[in-house]
Design a protein around this ligand. Sequence first.
Ligand SMILES: NC(=O)c1ccc[n+]([C@@H]2O[C@H](COP(=O)([O-])OP(=O)(O)OC[C@H]3O[C@@H](n4cnc5c(N)ncnc54)[C@H](OP(=O)(O)O)[C@@H]3O)[C@@H](O)[C@H]2O)c1
Length: 309
Amino acid sequence: MLALVTDPGSSSGVTLREVPDPLPRPDEALVELRAVSLNRGEVRRLASQPAGIVPGWDVAGVVVEQAQDASGPSSGARVVGLVARGAWAQLAAVPTSTLATLPTPVSFAAASTLPVAGLTAYRALSLGGLLLGKRVLVTGAAGGVGRFAIQLAKGAGAHVTAVIGSPERSQGLTDLGADEIVVDFASEGLPFDLLLESVGGRSLAAALARVAPAGTIVSFGNSSGEPTEFDVSSFYRHGAGARLYAFLVFDDLRHAGSGTHDLELLAGLVAEGALDPQISLETHWHEPEEAFRALIERRVLGKAVLRVD
Ligand SMILES: NC(=O)c1ccc[n+]([C@@H]2O[C@H](COP(=O)([O-])OP(=O)(O)OC[C@H]3O[C@@H](n4cnc5c(N)ncnc54)[C@H](OP(=O)(O)O)[C@@H]3O)[C@@H](O)[C@H]2O)c1
């Protein structure tokens, strides 16, 4: 099969070439890819990976071989799924515990945005419990996870504050459900019950200063790459009982035992028109370089998707 393979010598960090087909384990289905979405984490780490690896986490395509243990969707099913690596390829072996059948109206491109970005937003918000009437803040709000988080939090009845890096990145956020858009997230101001924090550095410091008593900060990224200095006494005085929760989507799903139900739920919301994956860049997987660059340079509003055929 063809795959995008890590290649430190190429300008994009990957080369399209022939590699052996994956060999599914008994609990894995073989899926023929139709679309993958790009995530900041997998693009950023291309440079640090050894040569010859097939990256990629998000899978959308068609089952060509059902799992040998007969779990999961059967051959011919349109599916969405998550893998630890290997999605940037014509074929991927996908554990049926992270595979879900797609409703007909959901395109492969839309589906491909759901595993990492959609599940991260959904499961991070779930850590805040019942969100009705709660004050929720989302950093990195213009990005892939952020745009899902705004919609899901608003749909659950929260008051949503979206934090962005510059005013021009605010495009579409009010329509998605942001009640307030903030460019400079400062340490002073009203507290929040739940903060989804992925920028790190001073943004995480501000989150630690603004969390309400017994509130939750879910830390799942460090897009800024900066270290965080914060006022410890302000954190425990103003946020008594608050917690800082370290979230990793793969680890979270391993503990949960399955991601199938949540993928079905997200795909169902997309099918109903209640959740928009916010794809603003779509291109063919033979030419991924500009999509990689746009994502890292913060020029993508929402998700970038590669069509695979
Ligand atoms: N722990 C996990 O399991 C998990 C899962 C998914 C994602 N993540 C991480 O979560 C973060 C968000 O993921 P994503 O897919 O939504 O990424 P994304 O689409 O690239 O969005 C990232 C957002 O963060 C902001 N940002 C980027 N670099 C920044 C910087 N240097 N300083 C300040 N803000 C910056 C940008 O804001 P503006 O648009 O306003 O410039 C951008 O919209 C990433 O760091 C990713 O690696 C972690």
